[in-house]
Design a protein. Structure first.
Lengths: 252, 234
């Protein structure tokens, strides 16, 4: 098992409110990690601390140690732009740029200087769109606006956009909650295809989805990591009473 | 007294009702199967052909309940997507129903042999079979009680009793063989009694299977495999 991100004793605060309470967790490359728990449990906050998106929230403060390949992501030598390039993020609501499909994918590699010349850029765009299964659907209309695609296609475009800058980790915050079942199935299939190549962490409220796409599941409650283990164990025989109550629908 | 685990209720109360209904059906099946074994043995002891016929006919009710358990479990899995304890319990209920249906079949098989066993001269070893039957019935009863109470310790206790039942069977087997050697005229009747004893031994095995599923559902892990018992060898 290759640990990609090691978080130790991470706490996060929004003003005086503690959203994460002493969480230690490893995200590795060989598994898809699902983060589950009721609203306000800290799972999305944890996801945001991993590429320092919490920096952008006024009044937010993060304590503890988070390492990407052993390097402190809060260290002086860590450039936050580089960090976010290496640790990409896909959000709940598809948010393509109001630009062409091509530009949506080409934008990142261009500003990060990942492609030299039009030919290389074209190749990156095609590879990224192919990895998300979108290429055949959009190859003849790359100049159409990204926002003109269907919701599921937009989400895959956002994933392609994240892949184009060759990240090592992909964080997904409820990537399917705005999608229909078919589009959801495509994204889940895609997550399966991407795992192994990228370390993937996904926040989801859909327990069946967590069970389907992940091999490791972490259950959060009131900002704490209650249980972290193999997905098959968590869903058939959780150790903690609170995990059991939550996944069997007895919570609250 | 068995310590029963109380579970908090589901946020969706219909879920609780449906699981409760499923558990009720399994308990009902268990009651009927246990009763069928008892009545089949009573018919045998008394030579009551009418009662034997009733037991045979009543097996249909158990079969129908099994189908109902299957429908309820499939529906619950499809509509509620049960997880963890709930999932194990639904799977256990489904499997237990299948096993209990088999117990009903053994009772029916015993009842069907009654006409062939009844004759003018009384066969002595027939008197030891009811004790064995009671032991098997109690195992069925207690395994289903353990299911109702979600009590893994009680389930393990039932499972341990199977060895004694197997020993009982071995002893009856030897007695019946000896009896046949000494009374060749009774061979056809006593051969049927051998099957009755074997059926009772199988009822015990099935009660043990129920107990193992109860243990799995309640404790979340499987029981240790048992060694081959005498009953399983023969």
């Amino acid at each position: 098992m290759t640990v990609k991100i090691a978080a130790r004793h991470v706490s996060a605060f929004y003003g005086d409110v503690r959203a994460l309470d002493d969480v230690s967790i490893d995200i590795d490359t060989d598994h898809v990690t699902a983060l589950i728990g009721p609203s306000g449990c800290g799972k999305s906050t944890l996801l945001r601390t991993l590429n320092r998106l919490t920096d952008t929230v006024p009044g937010a403060r993060v304590e503890g140690d988070i390492r990407l390949d052993g390097r402190d992501i809060h260290g002086r030598d860590m450039d936050v732009v580089e960090l976010r390039a290496r640790v990409g993020m896909v959000f709940q609501k598809p948010n393509p740029f109001p630009k062409s499909i091509y530009e949506n994918v080409a934008y990142g590699p261009r500003i990060h200087g990942l492609a030299r010349g039009r030919g290389e850029l074209d190749a990156v765009v095609e590879t990224s769109l192919r990895r998300t299964g979108l290429w055949d659907e959009v190859k003849d209309r790359l100049s159409d606006r990204g926002t003109a695609l269907s919701g599921g296609q937009q989400q895959r475009l956002c994933i392609a956009r994240a892949l184009a800058i060759e990240p090592e980790v992909i964080l997904m915050d409820e990537p399917c909650s705005a999608l229909d079942p078919i589009a959801t199935a495509r994204i889940e299939e895609l997550i399966g295809a991407l795992s192994g190549r990228y370390a993937i962490a996904i926040v989801t409220h859909n327990m069946q989805q967590a069970a389907r796409v992940s091999q490791r599941t972490a259950f959060f409650h009131l900002g704490r990591l209650v249980e972290y283990g193999d997905t098959s164990d968590i869903f058939t025989n959780p150790r903690a009473e609170r995990t059991k109550d939550y996944i069997t629908g007895r919570y609250g | 007294m068995a310590e029963s685990r109380t579970l908090a209720t589901h946020t969706v109360s219909a879920f609780d009702q449906e699981i409760g209904q499923l558990r009720g059906l399994v308990a009902q099946m268990g009651g009927l199967a246990e009763q069928a074994v008892g009545r089949a043995m009573l018919a045998l002891q008394r030579g009551d052909l009418e009662l034997a016929a009733q037991v045979s006919a009543a097996d249909r009710a158990i079969d129908m309940l099994e189908a109902e358990v299957e429908r309820a479990a499939v529906r619950l899995i499809a509509l509620r997507a049960p997880m963890a304890d709930d999932l194990r319990e639904v799977v256990a209920a489904l499997k237990i129903a299948g096993v209990v249906e088999r117990i009903g079949d053994y009772a029916k098989n015993i009842a069907r042999r009654v006409p062939a066993i009844i004759s003018d001269h009384r066969i002595e070893p027939i008197s030891t079979l009811p004790a064995m039957a009671r032991m098997a019935q109690e195992m069925v009863h207690d395994a289903l009680d353990a299911f109702a109470a979600r009590d893994p310790a009680a389930a393990l206790e039932v499972r341990q009793r199977d060895t004694a039942l197997d020993d009982f069977y071995d002893s009856i087997f030897r007695t019946l063989v000896t009896y046949m050697v000494e009374n060749p005229r009774t061979i056809s009747q006593v051969a049927h009694l051998l099957f009755v004893a074997k059926n009772l031994e199988r009822v015990g095995d099935h009660a043990t299977n129920v107990a193992e599923m109860v243990y799995y559902a309640a404790a979340g892990r499987h029981t240790e495999p048992r060694g081959l018992s005498a009953g399983e060898v023969q």
